[in-house]
Each structure stands twice: as structure tokens, then as C-alpha cells.
Design a binder for this molecule. Structure first.
Ligand SMILES: [Zn+2]
Length: 108
């Protein structure tokens, strides 16, 4: 960790990078399984899983998409500041369109 303050850090949405990368790898792995049912392991070992490659690919892509979705849903929704009372809340709170604190109309 850097000891220097990073003013731009807040601009980066807190995506779950581990899930994002793992999900992308699983999707790519699943996609490659459909085209090529031979899985290569380190050390030159290869396994032909052709009877199972499509379901295995589906599972892999499914988990991958789930992880991708999870990573995306970790992003903080846009924060809205009430123009009247200055209260800050997430867009989830403002879906009704009014400030939960003072009830004044919020602009999107
Ligand atoms: Zn308000």
C-alpha cells in the first residue's frame, strides 16, 4: 500500500476485481471448452472431456457470469445530494424521487 494520498482513488468504482477476473476467466474457459474439449493441464497432461464439454462449459460460463454480475453489483450507485438539506444518499434511497430526510424533490 502506498503511503501517498491518492486523490483519484475515489473515482475508481470499488468493483470486486477478484470476482471480475475469475468470472472472465471462467467464461473464456467455458467458451474455449465448447470449441476444444481437450483440457490442457500444466506438465503437458491433456484430458479429452468431449462427452461432458458442453455441460461443463455451461457450468463454467454460468458461474463466470454470476461472478461477473456479482463484481458489477458491488459498484457503489451514484450518490445524490439533496439540494435543500445537503443530505447524501445512494440512488437506491432516491428511487422514490424525494429526499428521505426533508422530502424535497430530487433531481436525477
Ligand atoms: Zn433533503
Amino acid at each position: 500500500m502506498s503511503k501517498k494520498s491518492e486523490p483519484n482513488r475515489n473515482k475508481i468504482p470499488p468493483i470486486g476485481w477478484v470476482e471480475l477476473i475469475a468470472g472472465a476467466m471462467l467464461v473464456l474457459f467455458g467458451a474455449s471448452l465448447i470449441n476444444d474439449p481437450v483440457v490442457s493441464f500444466k506438465g503437458g497432461v491433456e484430458a479429452d472431456i468431449s462427452p461432458f464439454n458442453v455441460p461443463a462449459a455451461a457450468v463454467s460460463i454460468g458461474i463466470g457470469l454470476y461472478l461477473l454480475w456479482n463484481s458489477m453489483s458491488k459498484t457503489v450507485p451514484d450518490e445524490t445530494t439533496c439540494p435543500k438539506c445537503g443530505e447524501v444518499f445512494s440512488s437506491d434511497d432516491t428511487s422514490v424521487g424525494n429526499c428521505p430526510s426533508c422530502g424535497s424533490k430530487l433531481r436525477k
